[in-house]
Design a protein around this ligand. Structure first.
Ligand code: PXG
Length: 460
């Protein structure tokens, strides 16, 4: 367990260097320069410490990724040993390495049965860039090159590269850099609380799924290559689809012969209480991007699980696939990912989330529904969200979306809890090792911060 504290106390120095030299992702630079960044110096289990020595309960598992928790010596050792043995070799041009091969085999075992091959990347974004190229290559090889368009959803997050951000459905991202690129279109997301109106969730689930069918018919079925979606939208606000949604989507993909791409970057590796969101919803993805929980964030690694159907075409008909990254199948990252999967298996963390701690978290989380600010509580496994609203009875959002969420998030940070705000939706995605006692602690902090937010707004 890491107890290194030597960085604490150097906050001003880090903030100054950061301001001068570091351009952060998804950050308003002027604002950060005025405020100064929060510097995280160490972590253990489900806790983080900042450079002033404050402890934070990490309700977000880093960025939805540290599934096995911080401070795992086995993972550090796996990287250390591998770096001494073979720190780098590539997997291009018909070479391989033991860690890449072993991890590929392990992934074939833990993912759904028809997914038996992986293409390695270094991130979820690269995985989705790979998806775009594989989908189009597949239809080319099938003799249907006009099947090019990929249908995605509003508020989806599929990464930050040009293809990733285009596949994603985030307007503010599209406005920066003339995205999406051609051949990517977006339909409504199954967000009952915001869009369902008077329909029941089940009625609305079918309506939202049929947006896909409508879009296919509008574009012409001969033009449509694939539909891509997260099982549960993460960065879009933990949007849990009504039970009727996925069965209808499955029907449509099959009726119109379009590939189903299920982005498991967040839902994968136990987050829903199943190994994959696809297991939870009974999906059979043709391609399945993975990252984050694959290595619990200890080293960067991602990949695309490729179904037998797609793989066979690429193998039999494809010749060379001109795609790959210097670090595809990086030995140290693969060794760490394999050790991480072994931890999930040996400690039965997925089963624990499904049977014990997940239901407990969800039960406690539902208690927040009584709070005057909370319009809806929802969640599954170790994912949960709260809708903060102006009027919970009328299902009315705040006029200036995002302000109250940011206020609440800042109260959380300042009171020892990392909880993320998406607009005015508060979100948690804790490490899968979180215990009942730590869930209780999270609840106390969350409630306190909701109260502070309500007080600041003059409510209750
Ligand atoms: N797909 C999904 C579903 C994701 O959530 C990516 C792809 C891209 O992965 P990389 O490894 O390229 O970041 C993601 C990433 C947030 C937040 O604020 C979410 C992500 C990344 C950063 C911030 O919620 N998700």
């Amino acid at each position: 367990m890491s107890k290194i504290t030597k960085n604490e106390g150097d906050t001003a120095r880090y903030q100054e260097a950061d301001r001068r030299h570091h351009m952060h992702p998804f950050t308003d630079y002027k604002q950060l320069g005025q405020k100064g960044s929060r510097v995280i110096t160490r972590a253990d289990g489900v806790y983080l410490w900042d450079s002033d020595g404050h402890r934070l309960l990490d309700g977000m598992a880093g960025l939805w990724c540290v599934n096995v928790g911080y401070g795992r010596e086995e993972l550090a050792k796996a990287a250390y040993d591998q770096m001494l043995q073979l720190p780098y070799y590539n997997t291009f041009f018909q070479t391989s390495t033991p860690p890449a091969t072993d991890l590929a085999q392990l992934l074939a075992e833990v993912t759904p049965a028809h997914l038996n091959r992986v293409f390695f990347t270094n991130s979820g974004s690269e995985a989705n860039d790979t998806v775009l190229r594989m989908v189009r290559r597949y239809w080319d090889l099938q003799g249907k090159p006009q099947k090019k368009t990929i249908i995605s959803r509003i508020n989806a997050y599929h990464g930050s590269t040009v293809a990733g951000a285009s596949l994603g459905g985030m307007d503010p991202m599209h406005r920066q850099g003339d995205l999406p690129i051609p051949g990517i279109v977006h339909i409504e997301q199954p967000y009952w609380y915001a869009n369902g109106g008077e329909l029941s969730p089940d009625e609305y689930g079918v309506v939202a799924a049929r947006r896909l069918e409508e879009k296919i018919n509008e574009l012409g079925v001969g033009q449509v290559a694939a539909f891509i979606a997260e099982p549960i939208q993460g960065a879009g606000g933990v949007i849990i689809p009504p039970e009727t949604y996925w069965p209808e989507i499955k029907r449509i993909c099959s009726d119109y012969d379009i590939l189903l791409v299920v982005d498991e970057v967040i839902c994968g590796f136990g987050r829903t209480g199943k190994w994959f969101g696809s297991d939870y919803y009974g999906l059979q993805p043709d391609l399945m991007p993975i990252a984050k929980g694959l290595s619990s964030g200890y080293l960067p690694i991602g990949g695309v699980m490729v179904s037998d159907r797609v793989a066979q075409t690429l193998i039999d008909e494809g010749g060379e696939f001109f795609h790959g990254f210097t670090y595809s199948g990086h030995p140290a990252a693969c060794a760490v990912a394999a050790a991480n999967i072994r931890i999930l298996q040996n400690e039965k963390l997925v089963e624990r989330v499904q049977q014990e701690t997940g239901p407990y978290l969800q039960q406690r989380w539902r208690e927040l529904a009584d709070h005057p600010l909370v319009g809806e509580t929802r969640g599954l496994g170790f994912l949960a969200a709260l809708e903060l609203v102006k009027d919970k009875h009328k299902r009315l959002f705040f006029d200036e979306r995002g302000k109250v969420g940011t206020l609440c998030r800042d109260f959380c940070f300042n009171n020892g809890l990392v909880m993320r705000a998406v607009r005015d939706t508060m979100i948690i995605s804790p490490p899968l090792i979180m215990t009942r006692e730590q869930i209780d602690e999270l609840m106390v902090l969350a409630l306190k911060c909701l109260d502070l937010t309500a007080k600041e707004l003059g409510i209750a």
